[in-house]
Write a protein that binds this ligand. Structure first.
Ligand SMILES: C[S@@+](CC[C@H](N)C(=O)[O-])C[C@H]1O[C@@H](n2cnc3c(N)ncnc32)[C@H](O)[C@@H]1O
Length: 215
């Protein structure tokens, strides 16, 4: 949900790094680190935000393509990439949304997304694109906050509209596990958890690995 002037997107890019920073220091960084030990080869990150994943990539990543649609977040990303380059073979920054990725079919070994599917306007299209750009056997590493399956999910439904405005289109009640099941990817591992120090409506999370199986 973007307002006519992109004001909420601009404000989100200003406050998100501070709020998420609290979570990072409370254990969020360790969760990202564990997930990203699985990143290898030519790797694409979608919706990279201000770049909290960047320090967790290793030299097993030969080429890292960092993507993000918001011009305000791209500013943060460029500064961070230039000041503290990730320890990978090489990196590139591309301004794009995930529903129409400007990359060739089967051109990546790994795709990464953290807390992104909540915000993508058409998350099913994004999953089809992730499947398209992964090679056979390529891995999609995901970490997402999701709608809770208990009664608490109804509260997440209730706050969806104001939440999406304040957080630049982030829906606290996305059923990302169902979206993954309906996508062409095959979920190999999925764990439920919580976002450290997360606001209650964004606390339930899933993380894991999905693969593109040979067709
Ligand atoms: C909650 S932030 C997460 C940022 C970062 N991935 C992290 O882990 O901190 C959601 C991000 O998704 C981005 N986003 C919004 N629409 C998108 C789209 N269509 N495709 C990809 N990313 C999108 C936003 O600009 C924002 O940077």
């Amino acid at each position: 949900m973007r307002d006519a002037w992109g004001l909420n997107e601009r404000l989100f890019a200003a406050w998100y790094p501070c709020v998420m920073g609290l979570s990072e220091r409370a254990g969020g960084a360790a969760i990202r680190h564990e997930l990203l030990t699985g990143a290898a080869g030519r790797t694409l990150e979608i919706g990279a935000g201000n770049g909290y994943n960047l320090p967790h990539y290793s030299a097993a990543v030969t080429e890292l393509v960092v993507s993000e649609p918001s011009p305000y977040m791209v500013e943060h990303l460029r500064k961070r990439l230039e000041a503290t380059p990730p320890p990978v073979g090489s990196w590139d920054l591309v301004q794009t949304g995930a529903e129409a990725l400007p990359f060739d079919d089967t051109s990546f070994d790994t795709v990464v997304a953290a807390y992104v599917h909540c915000t993508i306007p058409d998350p099913a299209a994004a999953l089809r694109e992730i499947h398209r750009v992964l090679r056979d056997g390529g891995r999609y590493l995901f970490l997402e906050h999701v709608r809770d399956r208990s009664l608490f999910g109804s509260l997440q439904d209730l706050v969806e509209v104001p939440h999406a405005y304040v957080a630049a289109g982030c829906h606290p009640n996305r059923r990302t596990e169902d979206l993954l099941d309906a996508s062409p990817l095959t979920v190999e591992r999925l764990e439920h958890g919580t976002l450290p120090m997360g606001f209650p409506t964004v606390r339930p999370t899933i993380r894991g690995v999905a693969v593109r199986t040979a067709s």
